[in-house]
Design a protein around this ligand. Sequence first.
Ligand SMILES: C[S@@+](CC[C@H](N)C(=O)[O-])C[C@H]1O[C@@H](n2cnc3c(N)ncnc32)[C@H](O)[C@@H]1O
Length: 373
Amino acid sequence: MLELFCGIGGLRSGLAAALGGSAGFTVVKAIDLSPDAARTYTANYGDRVDQVNIATIGAQAFDSYEASLWLMSPPCQPYTVQGPQRDAADPRADALRHLTEVLGQMKRPPKMIFLENVAAFEQSESLKALLAALVSAGYAVEQFILSPIQFDIPNSRLRYYLLATLDSGGSGSVAATARLLPDRCKPLADSSTSRTCASRTIAEFLDPDLVTADWLLPEKVVGKHSAVLDVITAQFQRSCCFTAGYSKRYKGAGSVLRTVAVTEAEEPAVASAIKAGVSAQYTESHANMQLRWLSPREVLNLHCFGPEFKFPANLSRKQQYKLIGNSINVRCVERLLCRLLEQQEDGTEADQPQRKRARTEQNAQPSNDTAEE
Ligand SMILES: C[S@@+](CC[C@H](N)C(=O)[O-])C[C@H]1O[C@@H](n2cnc3c(N)ncnc32)[C@H](O)[C@@H]1O
């Protein structure tokens, strides 16, 4: 396996979960420019990370790795709805463009490719170019947009996933984007948004040993940003997407936890908000709620990283949130990789009836995606 843009190794963790342990694969190379990500990766998995710019690695070198599976989460900044969405014109899209070109030049391209990005990537020029390259190299491609909440994890993180299998003798194909993984997850209540709820509560993901006082939002911050905070309680069955800016930004960066109990008067409204999977309207002022951040460990729990996952000493909280916010949900990846690996075993023709096969030009047309990230 080759792990590109490896970050803290969320994709690798998903692969280990899909295979029932890390004994089932070898990492021929893990590559990422970030020293913090590299240190964290090595501390957890032992493998060294090559801290090089992927855009500088040639097709010959990729051939020499002889990896049958590529896992990658290219930078999402060129596509995220929280940014200027410069798409392929953003220099941070260069490495993916380079990989797109490399795939067409390789003598021994990988049998399988798994890619993750923000949902808005589906509408990008970068993806259009990648799909065209994959089809011309003979890959059968499936695309999904899914959120962990569909896998009963109380967290929204709507993401685009691409599964490509080298279709030996096939002419290459791209299936229309699906918002459901057959037999493995439930549909979103409203397909245009990830506002829905899991059956599991946030309480299951909290750290029982955490000292609340260490994680409280400063009074000033609560006063200033009260209107944009997404306040949840331990009984909630949803939370917002945790981004790299969690604890630094307040709007749309992730939920904060109310530690003071809901009052009797508030209970009916809060209970119905929980049931509906939407934000609650509290009557108490945020200033009286003792709001706290979820700790990095708790966000890792929501991202389904195992309890053994640790950050190296001397990484600040903000650095940890940044790495986790850039990472992925291990459960979603696990389920999708199970599908990719099964398809490789079965041969790419096995799933024909479920695939609406079509040429790239037709399928590159994006669906409307206005959902939160
Ligand atoms: C979305 S994050 C990866 C998330 C990863 N899957 C995880 O589980 O943490 C993208 C990563 O790409 C790295 N990166 C960005 N541009 C790169 C480049 N040109 N070459 C190598 N790494 C790069 C960043 O440092 C960042 O860690």
